[in-house]
Design a protein around this ligand. Structure first.
Ligand code: ADP
Length: 730
């Protein structure tokens, strides 16, 4: 047992008079020499006597937590060597009760300066610890990173969230350690801001990127710290938070980017773009809008935009617009806007849409205007041309049909009326070009349709339709391809019956006239012959000569009437032919003799011979060559000779009639074979004729299975070539 003076014991309270609540005196080995009655002894319900003389570290309350026991043992060891040791610990006075103590172990020395005994004082800091734990819990619960720092930069505390985020321990973060968490680019700025705050004692606030310990990724934080001052106004601590603003930053950035791209877009699009406030006050115009109207923001913004509207459109536009604003509905308006530079108006198609916030409130209107002037013009042109087309379609002059192949897919009323068809027939798909075409025109119709592939159109041709009532309708038909897929053709159909009737009347007239003329002429001819012969008998030569001149004129008249009769016969169905063997050389000799007799001033040079005969109508064939030679002489007023070349092959003979006369323009080479066609050139016109000869010639050659062609140069002469087959089907 170690003896302890009463005075010593009393001195325990003085050790730390202010807050010492419990005190123990120990031997340097840690055996209790003295202990006061305050807790934990009291709380452990022990008396002093039960503890004195025992190692303090073995007491119930010290040994309960091995860590506390070890702390005490270490402290005793160090104090016994002369140190003063202070530590915080937890003891366990009894079941269910823990006490936090701030313990100081002090050595006491004897006269020889040896450590004689140890004094332990303990302050109960349980309440403080609890309060601190609560604050820590509270601080840990804060969804920010929290830290407290002393003015010298010593960090008292980082909340759990801080550790979790940065991955740093408190020790690692001390000094400059926490700076490691900063983004290198932010370090100088943060340092400066912090130093300034410390110097001025003002609020520290800065945005900083902090590294996440585990992923190494940086996130933006708003760091804020406020100084806490003591009674004297001295700063003793900074209380700081760092709030994660990454999302906010990102949203801000996105917003900024989208705003930027929106404005870039608004400036790039080829439209006029503007925004207005919810009540329609213009806040923004893109450059194009300013350029177009040639005005300044002062002239344009606010409610002044309507001044640019065309007066005729203003009322309608403003009405629609106000309605849209009131209803909060998107709008679409077409109106004309004045172009600043020229003062001209152009059509625009305007769209406006309300922009709403999350709560559905309209925050602004967004509008675009697209120049549709061209479109409007095209539309107008289209409308007009459609109107024209409709006028044509609806006129009762021209029948119009649209065909796909042979099928009539559409027709105007005129056509339906012409053919006695109904719209129902059309709808039922019952109208087909071929069954409606008269049989003799089928080949011509097929040919016209085939030509479509190459020439994209149908050259107008005459034909006859068979109407619903079985009657025939003469028409003139032409068309153009106007859609390739499916291949559609728009055809016009002109009622040709009036012309045809007129033609018929003319033919009838010619036929009747030629018949009617023939009989009296024959009588006149015979009478003249008779009288002439009588005069000759009575040697009245003068009178006889005069009458033979009359007879020549009668012959001419006879030929003319015969030709007229031939033409009307061809029209009515054809000439009558006889079949006989014809010696061509002989026939041609006869013909040239007749020609010579008729035109004694001209010579006909015959070159070659055919030396063959064929089956045909001698008179008609004679008519062919007489006609060709007469023409050759007639249309060569200044030349005295015409030539005739004869040749033959095994199966055909070729007769060429060649002159050096006026010639025929190239484009008329086919026309001269048409009925009553005459070249209208003044020189040719001066030569009398009715345009029937070649028509009859072609018909006769055709009947004999031959061909007739013409080769000619204007002013140089013409060559008519007739080829007749020797063996031909009768
Ligand atoms: P026409 O009675 O007018 O001669 P044709 O039918 O014989 O009638 O000839 C038709 C037209 O062809 C003539 O009007 C004339 O213009 C032209 N023609 C015919 N033969 C010749 C020719 N040899 N040289 C020049 N033109 C000719």
């Amino acid at each position: 047992m170690v003896h302890v003076h009463q005075g010593e014991r009393l001195g325990l309270d003085d050790l730390d008079g202010l807050y010492s609540r419990s005190g123990v005196v120990l031997t340097p080995e840690g055996i209790v020499l003295e202990i006061n009655e305050v807790p934990p002894l009291a709380e452990a319900q022990l008396r002093r006597e039960e503890v004195i003389g025992y190692p303090l570290a073995e007491t119930w309350w010290w040994s309960f937590y091995p860590v506390s026991q070890a702390q005490l043992r270490t402290a005793i060891k160090r104090t016994s060597r002369g140190e003063t040791v202070r530590f915080e610990t937890v003891i366990h006075p009894r079941e269910g009760l823990d006490r936090h103590l701030d313990v100081v172990v002090t050595p006491r020395r004897d006269a020889d300066h040896h450590v004689a005994y140890l004094v332990i004082t303990g302050i109960d800091i349980t309440e403080r610890k609890r309060a601190e734990a609560e604050i820590h819990a509270l601080i840990d619960a804060i969804p920010q990173l929290v830290w407290t720092t002393q003015p010298d930069g010593f960090h008292d505390l980082f909340n759990q969230r801080w550790h979790d985020y940065t991955g740093q321990s408190t020790a690692e973060a001390q000094g400059e350690g926490w700076m490691q968490c900063l983004h290198p680019e932010d370090q100088p700025r943060v340092c400066y801001a912090w130093q300034r705050a410390v110097q001025t004692g003002g609020v520290y606030e800065t945005e900083v990127r902090l590294r996440q310990g585990t992923t190494g990724e940086y996130r933006w934080f708003l760091a804020r710290a406020l100084p806490v001052r003591d009674d004297t106004g001295q700063i003793f601590k900074w209380f700081g938070t760092s709030t994660d603003i990454e999302e906010q930053k990102r949203t801000e950035q996105q917003l900024k980017e989208s705003r930027e791209s929106l404005s870039v877009l608004a400036e790039t699009v080829p439209q006029l773009v503007w925004t207005t406030s919810p009540d329609g006050c213009v806040e923004y115009w893109n450059q194009r809008r300013y350029d177009y109207s040639g005005s300044s923001p002062a002239q344009a913004l606010g409610h002044r935009w309507s001044q640019f509207l065309h007066p005729d459109d203003a009322q309608r536009t403003l009405k629609i617009w106000h309605q849209a604003l009131a209803m909060g509905e998107p709008y679409e308006i077409e109106y004309r806007l004045k172009e600043g530079q020229t003062g001209a108006y152009r059509w625009f198609l305007t769209h406006g849409v309300p922009v709403r916030d999350e709560g559905g409130q309209i925050v602004k209107w967004f509008g675009t205007g697209t120049d549709i002037e061209e479109q409007k013009r095209t539309e107008e042109a289209l409308r007009q041309s459609q109107e024209h087309a409709n006028t044509l379609m609806n006129s009762n002059i021209i029948g119009i049909i649209i065909t796909e192949g042979e099928q009539i897919v559409d027709a105007n009323d005129t056509f339906l009326h012409m053919t006695g068809s109904t719209r129902e027939d059309l709808r039922a798909g019952q109208m087909n070009v071929m069954p409606m075409t008269a049989p003799e025109y089928l080949a011509r119709t097929v040919e016209a349709h085939q030509k479509l592939d190459t020439q994209q159109s149908i050259t107008p041709y005459e034909k006859e339709y068979i109407c619903q009532d079985g009657s025939r309708l003469p028409v003139l038909v032409g068309g153009v391809l106007f859609q390739h897929h499916p291949c559609q053709v728009i055809n016009f159909v002109l009622d040709n019956s009036a012309r045809k009737e007129l033609e018929q009347r003319k033919d009838d007239f010619i036929s009747i006239a030629s018949h009617e003329l023939k009989t009296p002429l024959t009588a006149v001819k015979m009478q003249t012959q008779l009288v002439r012969k009588r005069f000759e008998k009575h040697a009245q030569r003068e009178a006889a000569t005069a009458l033979s001149r009359v007879e020549r004129s009668i012959k001419q008249l006879e030929r003319l009437i015969a030709e007229l009769l031939d033409v009307s016969k061809i029209q009515a169905g054809g000439l009558e032919y006889v079949r006989e063997r014809v010696d061509l050389d002989e026939l041609l000799r006869e013909v040239t003799a007749t020609i010579h007799h008729l035109h004694p001033s001209h010579t006909t040079q015959v070159r070659g011979s055919v030396q063959t005969s064929l089956i045909g109508d001698r008179d008609r064939l004679g008519q062919v060559f007489t006609n060709l030679l007469s023409n050759a002489i007639k249309y060569s007023p200044d030349v005295r000779t015409v030539e005739m070349d004869l040749s033959a092959s095994d199966d055909a003979v070729t007769i060429r009639v060649h002159d050096h006369g006026l010639g025929i323009p190239r484009e008329l080479r086919d026309k001269i074979f048409e009925r009553f066609y005459r070249v209208t050139d003044s020189k040719q016109k001066a030569i009398p004729g009715l345009g029937m000869g070649l028509y009859i010639v072609a018909e006769i050659v055709n009947h004999h299975g031959g061909t007739i062609t013409v080769d000619s140069a204007v002013g140089k002469g013409s060559t008519f070539t007739v080829t007749l087959p020797l063996m031909r089907d009768a």
